[in-house]
Design a binder for this molecule. Structure first.
Ligand SMILES: [Zn+2]
Length: 211
């Protein structure tokens, strides 16, 4: 996808997440890789619901900005791209239900929805970090290899995928699953998918993730 088109898609995704209350105020950030090794990332302190394509900051391969001031959480994004060569887009946000789980330190790893096991997988909670890019990157790093979404303790969530639309769907699914999990707990349900079925679903997920 060329730079012009990718910028349009990123703005569309940012507005969609803002409308759904997954991105609020100037929270969160989005990035995606270009074919030439450069990166597009949302500018620091921008409201994603009002974002225009020309505001996206382009980074060179070494991470330096061509112009503008990139999101302050750039080190988190660069760490994930370095650890996961299959990842080409990242979204960090503070969706309310998922973030409440991150605050409570409760992982979303119970087998309650068959489709969520396939698309989202288990979502662990990273250890608490000061909201500086370097500390956040260090806390999330051990969980990046085996997960596509991570809850950030007392902070929010980060999702990563092969393109920006898939990263958006992952973030939406994460928030949806957190909401359903909250409701099923309030109903007092401890019903889980049987372990034999979970194993089959996890096998299928592994096959789907093969490059
Ligand atoms: Zn944040």
């Amino acid at each position: 996808m060329n730079e012009y088109k990718l910028k349009q898609v990123m703005v569309r995704v940012a507005r969609r997440l803002d409308q759904k209350g997954i991105l609020t105020s100037t929270d969160g950030n989005l990035s995606a890789l270009l074919d030439d090794g450069g990166t597009l990332i949302t500018p620091s302190g921008s409201c994603k619901g009002l974002l225009e394509p020309e505001q996206l900051v382009r980074l060179f391969r070494d991470g330096s900005p061509r112009s503008g001031r990139p999101s302050s959480e750039i080190a988190l994004h660069r760490m994930i791209y370095a650890k996961r060569p299959d990842v080409r887009a990242i979204i960090h946000a503070h969706p309310p239900y998922a973030t409440a789980y991150a605050v409570a330190g409760v992982a979303l790893d119970q087998p309650i929805l068959s489709e969520a096991i396939l698309t989202l997988g288990k979502v662990p909670v990273a250890s608490y970090a000061m909201p500086t890019a370097e500390e956040l990157a260090r806390s999330v790093e051990p969980l990046v290899e085996h997960h596509d979404a991570v809850l950030m303790r007392f902070h929010g969530a980060v999702c990563f995928a092969r393109d920006i639309e898939q990263a958006c769907y992952l973030m939406e699914t994460l928030e949806h699953v957190a909401r359903i999990d909250f409701i099923r707990r309030s109903l007092g349900s401890n019903e889980l998918i049987p372990q034999s079925e979970v194993a089959r679903l996890e096998q299928l997920r592994a096959a789907m993730r093969m490059p």
